[in-house]
Design a protein around this ligand. Sequence first.
Ligand code: ZN
Length: 704
Amino acid sequence: MFYLISKKMKNKLVAVIILLMNLGMINAQNNPLLEEFNTPHQTAPFKEIKNEHFIPAFQESIKQGETEIESIANNQAAPTFENTVVALDKAGKLLNRTAGIFFNLMSAETNDDLQKIAQEVSPMLTKFQNDITLNPVLFEKVKTVYAQKEKLGLNAEQQTLLENSYVNFIRQGANLTDEQKEKFREISTELSKLSLKFGENVLKETNNYQLHITDKSKLTGLPEGALEAAASKAKSENKEGWIFDLNMPSYLPFMKYADNRELRKEMFLAYGSKSFKGNEFDNQENVKKIAALRLELAQLLGYKIYADYALERSMATNPAGVYKLLDDLYEVSFNKANQEKAEVQDYAKRNGFNGEILPWDWTYYSEKLKVEKFDLNDEMLKPYFELGKVVDGVFGLATDLFGITFKPNNNIPVYNEEVVPYEVFDANGKFLSVLYTDFHPRSGKQGGAWMNDFKGQWKENGVDSRPHITIVMNFTRPTETKPALLTFDEVETFMHEFGHALHGMLANSTYSGLSGTNVYRDFVELPSQIMENWAVEKEFLDRFAVHYQTGEKIPAELVQKIVDAQNYLAGYLSIRQLSFAFLDMAWHTQEKPFKGSVKEFEENAWAKTRIFPVSDEVCMSTQFGHLFAGGYAAGYYSYKWAEVLDADAFSVFKEKGLFNKDVAKSFRENILEKGGTEHPMVLYKRFRGQEPMVDALLERSGLK
Ligand SMILES: [Zn+2]
């Protein structure tokens, strides 16, 4: 159920190994990545871009970036806010454009060639980044401006830009000795290489597994839709029978509905043992190396542990702030989770299963108990969540709240024909953003769901340069006989990523480095998670949830069931998130490099959250991309942190009206448009009138 934790991948610099590949130099004139994009809104001309364009484009983009940086460093005039700090924010536009295209494709449409290119360009990017922040002349200039900060008459956004710039230099090693700087370069290059490798291994392991069944009697319990999808999959590979895999739309229904316990166990172990089998895609050593290198990097910079370094720039401020949140939620979640487990165990017993409920039984029996308790299951809801209708509903919510509208524009090029490009307009008709939607799993796509941008937002010379945003999901595909019918979880995931997209699309900053989702990690999930609240509101569902065949509106009693069932397994889901956060904190609060068994470390780290016996074959750390391939190191708690914020913020809509335009306007102006231009607590209080409290969350999830 990792999919529940939707991610917002914002880390552009992942990767490496210096493998010089002979891709042949391409003349800049023939490289679309280096030319002006003659497309609507200068969107990426995907059809013209070939893999062989990337290396030369990166080389040229980095060269241009270096020239821009040199001219800032070599400027003979006294350093000023404009000629130093603003100039740095503006530098590297071409490189950002190239990297934006490349790394989005790496996540959504990758292949072996792109992965090889990533291995080559990632050290180039790390070097470029280090060349800036470890440049003593540049740092001296930033320091000079920073020393005058009180006298410069800067507005709030400018003050933040200056502060960030100065702190960023220091956090990236600007204060180190020359020898230490070399060490810093070494560690950061190695880290980017290992993160890339980690993610590739997990993707390979996901794609390498299939459960191929030719005897239908083994598939009792599975709904028709799941069988049909598995049959399509087999057919597409010219095989008989049914193929299930580890992508969520295939894996999850199997775990929920397949009566065959042995096969459920096989699927569970296949999923849980990714990159933990001792084969060439194993990540155990990578996990230890990454954690050790992060520790070394933090200590080089003068911190005791990595979490101190990571959390310095967060709302939680430090590990104690994180543990306070986790501990506040722990007991109530753990107790509730155990009650829920006893209930599911009891249900299984009443229905003829006398053994202990194990992880591969949990989803199966808890789903059946849900049907008994609430008379509700995925299959009952799916006919009402036809993807096209859900898109209308979600976009319509944004129209209602913020007045923005969405118009498909097929003249905007796409990287895969399944992607739909939109132009988004503000209430006054002004163009706001490009939005790409990409909904279904493909073998070149990473698992999970995320939002990202191809291009950010900024203002320059009086021109507001608008963003290009993308949301990528792994939702149930249409089959030969049915359109794409989403599960309720998928609807929520869509709303989540769409919330991130709003943060990006409505961005209204001057400086690109502070725009949109460029905020603290534990603030970034507020705009996304708050959107999920609407999904359990009748007033909202009534607008778009109609039966895909009959056109009948979703029956009121079914909506009531969704509302009633929304806190089903709240304790389990909460303790699960807490367990991941404890695991994350354990890896990143080490004072010495860990040399023992990854599995043992993991079991110790989350022992107090455990509600099932240990399975020796599975490991979370070796496939935990958020921590080891993404940007959530010492940051996984952010999801829980943001739940406190989103429940607290949504309570204002609950009180004043779900579609209240004044509240929406305030949320837009104080949060969504502001990006990282001011401290998140300042922004939040401006919207809410006070600091967030944990009460709304406990109440919402029935844990109070
Ligand atoms: Zn998110």
